[in-house]
Design a binder for this molecule. Structure first.
Ligand code: HEC
Length: 451
């Protein structure tokens, strides 16, 4: 996937903002869809087992209907499952084109596994419908014993294939979600902690935490979607007070409730693992918002439990969707902070490219001020912190040591752990000398003025 970085273009600061927004949008399509498919298929397989064990045919019916609901239909499934993920990979390859970050590989594997899993899951889904047709035929009193026998044999084989396809699908999708968690974590927290090979990464506490979060969301959303899809969207077909309606209600509410109980803890732990330099106040706002939404979700769930009404299934479902959105936006803030240096460099490259296109970069004489404006102001101010430290603070130690400053500018080394490392601005020796002379002079003037 690294090759994608080679086709990436420098971006202006505005484009970069836009890319971040698009990333939110595509993830908001991908995450709810893929997680409810995962949750729904797992539930369907589980209900099917219960049906086989207890002989209660309502479980088989529920198993099939849950599947039909969460998978929508084949075309839509592949479009919402694959296209947004592919778009996300393209966007991330733009955002991270300057950093050595391997999250693109994880997303690449995720993409392949999701595609394979969807094939299995859709075969499972369609075989369930066939099974019920076979069963209907099998139960038909037929005079022709041979025909009936064929049907039963057929339906036995098809049942076995279908269960296996469902299980494979869920297992592969689980691995895909795991790799996806690794990719998102790598995008959020960078590569520092991600050394040590694939297994070290997959079992890193941060990645495990993300995976748990995703699984909880999966069952919550799948359950919410079933309640909403059955009793609100198809209320004429499903009588919530009928015998089957009550059966479905009690099973699904239990699923949503059990998963929702663990969410607040995970959300809070999740916030505490974000490294300090990547925290921002906007993040706290979204965490609080997430907790408020969760509180509403609990409330609607409680209402559904005590006094079922289809109105609350809609409220619950949309609250859960917004909750997921708030988590995605929250992650986005971290990714935004993590790509700050890379983005500033991109914007800088873009300005240079634009200047070249406009022919403003002629062989004019070297001017320290110009170089400073083009190469340094994306990250530095004299008296305030931007991406890099204020020059008034860090440059005085180079007074009288111009050569050391030139050496640093030509080849920056890590100095202060509170900042990310400064990327190499790629100046020629003469340019570095000119800009070094310029900032030494400027900082001296600025400090004298403020005395
Ligand atoms: C992409 C952002 C970025 C750009 C562009 C950038 N810097 Fe920096 N600069 C940083 C960061 C981040 C640090 C802090 C590095 C550290 O402490 O490890 C830094 C640190 C410095 C320091 C302090 C070094 C020290 O010893 O404490 C100087 C001096 C400096 N930059 C000069 C420049 C000059 C001159 C340019 C333009 C040619 C420039 N920077 C361009 C991000 C940038």
């Amino acid at each position: 996937m690294e090759f994608l970085k080679n086709i990436a273009l420098p971006q202006s600061a505005e484009h970069i903002q836009l890319l971040h927004l698009m990333l939110i949008l595509v993830l908001f399509l991908f995450i709810p869809f893929i997680s409810s498919i995962f949750g729904g298929t797992s539930l369907s397989l589980y209900f099917k087992r219960l049906g086989r064990k207890s002989g209660d045919d309502r479980y088989n019916k529920l198993s099939k209907e849950v599947m039909e609901l969460v998978t929508i239909n084949k075309g839509v499934g592949f479009i919402i499952g694959i296209v947004p993920l592919f778009t996300a990979i393209l966007i991330l390859s733009q955002l991270f084109q300057n950093s050595e970050n391997s999250q693109l590989d994880y997303f690449g594997y995720t993409l392949i596994l999701v595609a394979i899993a969807l094939i299995f899951i859709y075969s499972y889904r369609y075989s369930l419908s066939f099974n019920r047709i076979f069963q209907a035929f099998g139960n038909q009193p037929s005079n022709d014993k041979e025909v009936q026998g064929d049907y039963l044999k057929f339906s036995g084989v098809s049942k076995r294939i279908s269960d296996q396809a469902g299980t494979y699908g869920v297992v592969i999708l689980f691995i895909a979600l795991w790799l996806f968690s690794a990719g998102i974590s790598a995008a959020m927290f960078g590569n520092q902690w991600l050394s040590g090979g694939l297994f070290a990464v997959l079992f890193h506490p941060v990645v495990i935490l993300r995976l748990i979060l995703l699984l909880i969301v999966a069952f919550m959303l799948a359950g919410g979607a079933v309640l909403f899809g059955f009793f609100y969207m198809n209320s004429e077909k499903y009588d919530s007070d009928g015998e089957y309606g009550k059966f479905v209600r009690s099973r699904i509410i239990k699923v949503v409730f059990t998963s929702a109980i663990f969410l607040p803890v995970i959300l809070l732990i999740n916030m505490f693992v974000v490294p300090g330099q990547l925290l921002s106040s906007a993040m706290f706002v979204y965490v609080i918002l997430g907790l408020i939404l969760l509180f509403f979700a609990y409330h609607f769930l409680y209402m559904l439990y005590t006094k079922f009404s289809s109105k609350f299934t809609a409220l619950l479902f949309f609250t859960l969707l917004f909750l997921v959105l708030s988590i995605i936006i929250n992650d986005q803030f971290v990714i935004n902070n993590a790509t700050e240096v890379s983005s500033a460099k991109l914007a800088d490259k873009y300005e240079k490219m634009l200047a070249e296109l406009k022919g403003e970069n002629g062989p004019a004489e070297l001017n320290g001020e110009e170089i400073y404006k083009i190469h340094c102001t994306a990250c530095h101010r004299l008296d305030s912190k931007l991406v890099g430290p204020p020059h008034d603070e860090v440059v005085p130690k180079y007074f009288g040591k111009e050569n050391q400053l030139i050496a640093f500018i030509r080849n920056p080394v890590k100095v202060n752990p509170d900042y990310p490392p400064m990327p190499n601005p790629g100046l020629k020796p003469r340019e570095a000398k000119a800009v070094a002379e310029y900032i030494l002079k400027r900082v001296k003037e600025d400090l004298d003025k403020n005395k």
